[in-house]
Design a protein around this ligand. Sequence first.
Ligand code: AVJ
Length: 320
Amino acid sequence: MKTTPTTFQSAFEEDVYKGLTSFPKYLLSKYIYDKKGDKLFQQIMEMPEYYLTNCELNILEHHKAAIAEIFNKEGGFDLIELGAGDGKKTKILLQHLVAKKYDFNYLPIDISQHVLEELRDSLRNEIPEVKVKIQQGTYFKTLENLADYNNRRKVILVLGSNIGNLLHENAINFLRNIQKAMNFEDRLFMGFDQKKDPQKILDAYNDKTGITEAFNKNLLARINRELDANFNLDNFKHWETYNPETGTAKSYLVSRVKQKVAIKKLELEVCFDAWESIHTEISQKYDDAVVAWLAKEAGLEIQSSFQDQDNWFKNYIFRK
Ligand code: AVJ
């Protein structure tokens, strides 16, 4: 057994080391999103099984007028989006806000500069009236700056049930950090995927075409690429579970065989028993009671909410 290297060159190195020397083994889902992972997630959002995208698109399309009215305020507002991505869903709202001639700036924040520049360019073509200012960074860093914005109303957008990757305790911390950056006039608009037929959920995270499998395995592929490791991706099985009692969907990679993997940059050899697991991601599903509880713990309250016909997905508006 190797001793822990005293210096890691990045948080990625340290987190991979910790996760793969723990029992049970785990890896953090945020590391799925390198360039390859971003592409795979775009593909996931286009899959018919991944109902979340269409549900939220429908909600925004259907309720954009009511939503925009809640956002709007005399003196205008800043629309700040955390994890903007390609902005496909947000553009529905932006189109409407522009058509209504509401006074607002759009401030998308994303971890990827490349994604942000593409979003800015596409907006220039599609909705040139929108005043955009992109900001690269992690949620937490940029949230700190949020409080310093001018005293116009802030409307903070977090679409796509991104909060679902966080355990409740971390979700509360995340919400509380947003709450701290909010004034009483400000609003938070956030998507929460709802509890539903367990089969529907399992299908969304275990598509037959194998895109989600490749997405999950990108963790191993990335360790191979960046940390000079020799994971054989075929030796791992993508496995999804959903617990209807807790509403937690979990992704795993399960070792099909007893095997050893070398991660050269970490000077680490990882041993797997046959059918040993690596936990890689949670995708939490919610109901109104849980959302209200999370909000209360974070010092927020639900002002209103919008859902699709089947109540598979729900967007909530929170205030302080
Ligand atoms: C980006 C967290 C919303 O959990 O639904 C999609 C990520 N993982 N398929 C989700 C994901 C597998 C996604 N979020």
